[in-house]
Design a binder for this molecule. Structure first.
Ligand SMILES: Nc1nc2c(ncn2[C@@H]2O[C@H](COP(=O)(O)OP(=O)(O)OP(=O)(O)O)[C@@H](O)[C@H]2O)c(=O)[nH]1
Ligand SMILES: [Mg+2]
Length: 317
């Protein structure tokens, strides 16, 4: 967790968050950590049979074949280089490798002050974009920033109202236009107004579904082009929101969005549900994208900056 993103909600809420995360990851933990422990502490010797069992455990957590293979190769190499290693040490090595995968892509996200930081939030319908914006806006506001929302989902009926309700609840301004308006125009208005009002951070909500996927990507690209007319570096962040309960499908979604829109951070939502946490490792390793925040529920404080160490601990603890 970077200094900038300290837990504004306080230790108590952090504890609650961690227990929800652990609860949400229960399924993964049950199959993953207990699987690893079962294999390692069972009667099997270090060798092909044990490796194969371990592979199956990693796959059952939705890690995907390429990432599982990469981790297993790295693990076998470590073991080869430590002759006489006790089997139990494998757990520690595995934890370290998993942590390296996640930490290897984390970034520092301090932005130059003086102009609004524009955060565009994208993802398929229902992934949790609007809810994430509400939670993030509340978080940054609590850190003392001036925050503004832009209702860029003009396609889905009631999407604007949903964002406005969040804005009201956390008491921040929300720029919107009538249903069916051009989302780029909404984003443009919002960023322009944010510059004038010296707002620190603008969150641009976007649609998750249009008539076709191609339209969606084109529309999102247009929003990017248009906000650049006001601030050349904008959007400073393009956050892709992924529903973690859909497992490996979220990896292919991330690939598509990233190809079209140069995503620079991921928000994984619904880790309180039936999530299989392994996909976070695939996203980090295969797409080199940092997970920035994770969501474990629908409440305003159910979102926290992603901390790789706590995540790996929650998988094993
Ligand atoms: N359990 C749980 N539910 C979540 C989480 N994040 C979002 N949701 C719920 O998921 C549903 C969809 O969230 P939205 O924020 O409306 O998703 P969206 O991506 O904006 O969807 P569209 O506007 O249709 O594109 C809502 O019922 C949210 O309350 C989470 O971390 N955990
Ligand atoms: Mg929405």
């Amino acid at each position: 967790m970077s200094g900038k993103e300290k837990d504004v909600a306080g230790k108590g809420s952090e504890g609650r968050f961690f227990s929800r995360l652990k609860l949400g990851l229960k399924k993964t933990r049950d199959s993953f950590a207990s699987g690893v422990i079962r294999v390692v502490s069972g009667p099997m010797e270090l060798g092909p049979e044990l490796w194969q069992e371990l592979e199956e455990v990693l796959l059952s957590a939705d890690m995907g074949v390429p990432t599982m293979t990469w981790i297993m190769e790295a693990l076998k190499k470590e073991v080869r280089e430590s002759p006489g290693i006790e089997k139990e040490k494998i757990i520690k090595l595995l934890k370290e490798l998993l942590l390296d995968v996640l930490e290897g892509v984390q970034v520092d996200t301090a932005y130059p002050s003086g102009c609004p930081c524009v955060v565009m939030v994208i993802g398929i319908n229902g992934s949790g974009k609007t809810t994430t914006i509400g939670k993030l806006a509340a978080r940054y506001k609590a850190q003392g920033e001036q925050v503004m929302l832009a209702a860029g989902d003009t396609f889905r009926a009631a999407a604007t109202e949903q964002l406005q309700a969040w804005a009201q609840r956390i008491d921040v301004p929300c720029v919107s236009q009538k249903s069916g308006a051009d989302p780029s125009a909404v984003a443009y208005d919002a960023v322009q107004s944010a510059v004038i009002k010296k707002v620190d951070r603008v969150f641009v909500d976007t649609a998750g579904r249009l008539q076709t996927n191609k339209n969606l990507m084109e529309e999102l690209k247009k929003i990017k082009r248009v906000v650049k007319k006001i601030i050349q570096e904008a959007p400073h962040e393009t956050l892709l929101v992924l529903d973690s309960s859909i497992g490996q499908n979220s990896l292919s979604q991330a690939r598509l969005f990233n190809e079209a829109l140069d995503v620079n951070g991921i928000v994984m939502t619904k880790l309180d549900g039936s999530a299989k946490g392994g996909v976070l490792f695939s996203i980090a390793r295969e797409l080199k994208l940092p997970v920035r925040f994770i969501g474990v529920g629908e409440q305003v404080d159910d979102l926290q900056p992603f901390d790789p160490r706590s995540f790996v601990e929650a998988l094993f603890d």
